[in-house]
Design a protein around this ligand. Structure first.
Ligand code: GLN
Length: 542
């Protein structure tokens, strides 16, 4: 029978609930258990696809084309949990489904209410993941205990243990234990209040994971245990990690979290195997190279906007034994301050995906700089489209070339709308989304990196390379090295005469793992390391 773990959060948001849930999933997998992961988000948007990165960070795309919360990225990077549309539900989706049922008359004249109709719908979304091939389902509840929006979700998970039996459910609550400088001590009161709120709803947490800047003493732990009605060994410290998020599972293991869970749920677990993870941390701690990579995007100040890109760069660093300093650069700043001033000195340059015209010319300038100065370049989605615009304008000589997303009347629409997109007016879930197969050209840099000719990568775009210009591009040295199997859509372009210049219409960052860097990111970082070394020996010779 499938067991259920529910992860809630209290005191403040941004405690790293997603990361902690992913770490728990990883530890259980490394004990031989089959894990599925899920996030329930209390906001009313049907999915985060229509939300600004300022509001919600990156939109994480799954193989099946669903646009989901970025925490699912952590799940995929830490575990092998198969993620689908059922792995992320929002209040919007839940209500939409209940309202559609009501319109179809499925409630047989009853008054439709939060309890039981909305809570039943939530419970059915959790039940969907339980099957014969799954030992544990981990369900993370977004938001913070005490939020009005979270109430139906908390009520649903409370009821859940009545339905499946108390011994089959485990409630883990993540809280903050802040250090008060003036008092010189850690404060447990916010945790007591947060657990108090949970208990008011009828949920008694089994395990508390306490985020803290400083180590907790035995007294702190015992105090929390007493006031929160939790065993003191079930009060787990999760201290801030300055070095890497990949240390989180290790600190949870040190506090025996995996044992607690396995015992509480009587799971048929093996002994823990962490060799691969230890190797990863070893490589991370003992780099042989040090390089700097600039990520030139619309958002520089906002860490979550290109979350998976930064992670994938880190993975490639691990694979290449390179410590990478990632510099986030706002493309608009390049327009104001000049490319030379802002981009000199980097070993590699990456332009990520995006929407909207702001900062486009800065990206085009940055790509020109990478092409002319032979700096390794990786362009992703909008980054590829900007690379095509740059090449068209500055190499082929097509003045005014642009994407029709930004200039409908451009004389040279080298990027234009996909045919199937032309009649679409709705914004939500209507792009070319999810996994698509691509065929790689033999002998290309892309094919060499992947080591095969058929690949599957995730997409999220409306515009594409305009085939009318393919010949002209090729004649000038920018080749198509990957395309849809029927050849109609351009998926990868690369420069023949450049140390490493590859741009892709898809999002490779969504398929990179700390233990298995994505081949394109690995190749990009390898080229950056090579450039760094060549520059180093050039200066030595002088
Ligand atoms: N805005 C571009 C498009 O819709 C690129 C999208 C992206 O980078 N994800 O095609």
């Amino acid at each position: 029978m499938t067991k259920h773990i529910f992860v809630t959060g209290g005191v403040v948001s941004s405690l790293g609930k997603g990361l902690t849930s992913a770490s728990i999933g990883m530890l259980l997998e490394q004990r031989g258990l089959r894990v599925k992961m899920q996030k329930l988000d209390p906001y009313i948007n049907v999915d985060p696809g229509t939300m600004s990165p300022y509001q919600h960070g990156e939109v994480y795309v799954l193989d099946d084309g669903s646009e989901t919360d970025l925490d699912l990225g952590h799940y995929e990077r830490f575990t092998h949990s198969p993620l689908t549309r059922d792995s992320n539900y929002t209040t919007g989706q839940i209500y939409l489904s209940v309202i559609n049922k009501e319109r179809r008359g499925e409630f047989l004249g009853k008054t439709v209410q939060v309890i039981p109709h909305i809570t039943n719908e939530i419970k059915s979304c959790i039940h969907k993941l339980a099957d014969d091939d799954t030992d544990v389902v981990i369900t993370e509840i977004g938001g913070t205990v005490g939020d009005i929006e979270s109430q139906p979700f908390l009520e649903a998970i409370r009821q859940f243990s009545l339905d499946v039996g108390k011994r089959n459910c485990l409630y883990i609550h993540l809280t903050l234990v802040p250090y008060l400088k003036a008092a010189g001590e850690l404060k447990t009161k916010p945790t007591q209040h947060s657990v108090g709120q949970l208990r008011q709803i009828g949920i008694q947490p089994d395990i508390l994971i306490c985020r803290t800047e400083r180590s907790m003493s035995r007294e702190d732990r015992e105090k929390i245990a007493l006031f929160c009605n939790v065993a003191s060994e079930a009060v787990i410290e999760e201290k801030d990690k300055d070095f890497s998020i990949y240390e989180v599972p290790m600190s949870l293991v040190n506090n025996r979290l995996d044992e607690l869970i396995v015992d509480a749920l009587a799971l048929p677990a093996d002994t823990l195997r962490l060799e691969k993870w230890r190797d990863l941390l070893h490589n991370l701690r003992n780099p042989e190279h040090e390089i700097a990579i600039a990520v030139v995007g619309k958002y520089a100040e906002h860490r979550d906007a290109y979350k998976s890109i930064y992670e994938a760069i880190d993975h490639a660093g691990i694979a290449n034994r390179a410590q990478i300093r990632i510099q986030r650069i706002q493309s608009e700043a390049i327009e104001q301050e000049g490319v030379e001033r802002l981009l000199t000195g980097y070993d590699g340059l990456l332009v990520p995906g995006g929407f909207g015209e702001r900062g486009i010319e800065g990206k085009v300038e940055a790509i020109r700089f990478a092409r002319e100065r032979e700096i390794p370049f990786l362009g992703i989605c909008l980054g590829m489209q900007c690379a095509a615009v740059e090449f068209a304008r500055n190499v082929i000589g097509l003045a005014g070339a642009h994407s029709t997303e930004f200039n409908k009347d451009t004389p040279h629409p080298v990027i234009c709308l996909l045919d199937e997109q032309k009649s679409i007016t709705d914004k939500g879930g209507t792009m070319r989304l999810g996994a698509q197969t691509a065929h790689l050209t033999e002998g290309s840099r892309a094919a060499a990196g992947y080591g095969r000719q058929l690949i599957s990568e995730r997409h999220r775009h409306r515009y594409e390379f305009n085939n009318l210009y393919r010949q002209q591009f090729a004649a000038n040295g920018l080749v198509v090295s990957g395309s849809s199997p029927d050849g109609s859509l351009v998926e990868i372009i690369e420069l023949e005469d450049h140390p490493w210049f590859v741009a892709v219409q898809f999002h490779p960052e969504f398929k990179s793992k700390p233990t298995a860097a994505h081949p394109l990111f690995a190749g990009f970082v390898a080229a950056a390391v090579e450039r760094h070394q060549a520059r180093g020996s050039a200066t030595q010779r002088v």
